[in-house]
Design a binder for this molecule. Structure first.
Ligand SMILES: Cc1cc2nc3c(=O)[nH]c(=O)nc-3n(C[C@H](O)[C@H](O)[C@H](O)COP(=O)(O)OP(=O)(O)OC[C@H]3O[C@@H](n4cnc5c(N)ncnc54)[C@H](O)[C@@H]3O)c2cc1C
Length: 175
């Protein structure tokens, strides 16, 4: 039996999570002309910060903006402390990592996604999803109100412990 689609517009793609992976994916899809909705459960993209903000400079080969004013520091090496008290120092001429404003980075990534045409909805949590022959129905919770959105494709960019993979029966990521 064919599933009856939920009434309302069908998006090409819904991206769950406005972290760097979600915003970049959403931006690239929108730039190719797709109708993209991105939902982020927190009221503000990038907050709370759950990252030390250290990245390889190569990250900015893949962003639509340079590190610019997000740059906080250059790291040329480090110190490793072993449990027995031994310390190992390593240092190089080349910049090994850059410290950046991580909240600002996430916000700028999302801004560029919006500029490319992405419809960003913050304060909106995905709470479940169902797949049928024509696409996917996503359950959303915004300001205590429940709603649904339909799309041909859902991108689970909701982080390591996100629900999308679980709802689709994918095994947990082991790290
Ligand atoms: C303590 C800590 C320190 C770290 N330090 C570094 C570091 O120095 N350098 C480094 O490169 N990496 C670091 N990381 C890892 C880095 O933060 C992640 O690899 C990176 O954020 C992954 O990006 P992402 O876009 O996949 O997911 P995330 O950045 O986790 O983004 C997922 C987004 O999805 C949203 N979301 C989740 N569930 C839902 C839902 N149901 N509905 C709507 N929205 C939802 C979240 O609010 C979040 O905004 C650190 C991680 C932690 C925890």
């Amino acid at each position: 039996m064919k599933a009856v689609p939920v009434a309302g517009p069908v998006r090409d793609v819904i991206v769950v999570g406005a972290g760097p992976a979600g915003s970049n994916t959403a931006r690239l899809l929108a730039a190719r002309g797709h109708d993209v909705l991105m939902v982020e459960e927190h009221p503000q993209v990038g907050r709370p910060v759950q990252c030390a903000g250290l990245v390889t400079p190569r990250v900015f080969d893949h962003t639509p903006f340079p590190i610019g004013d997000l740059h906080e520091n250059d790291l040329h090496g480090g110190l490793v402390y072993a449990p027995d008290g031994t310390t190992v120092r390593f240092e190089t001429e080349a910049v090994q990592a850059q410290a950046m404003d991580r909240a600002g980075f996430d916000q700028r990534m999302a801004e560029h996604a919006v500029r490319a045409g992405v419809d960003l909805r913050t304060g909106t949590k995905a709470t479940g999803m169902r797949r049928d022959a024509d696409g996917v129905t996503l359950d959303l919770l915004e300001d205590g109100e429940r709603s649904t959105e339909r799309a041909r494709l859902v991108v689970g960019a909701d982080g390591l412990r996100g629900g999308v993979a679980r709802w689709m029966g994918l095994p947990p990521v082991g790290i």
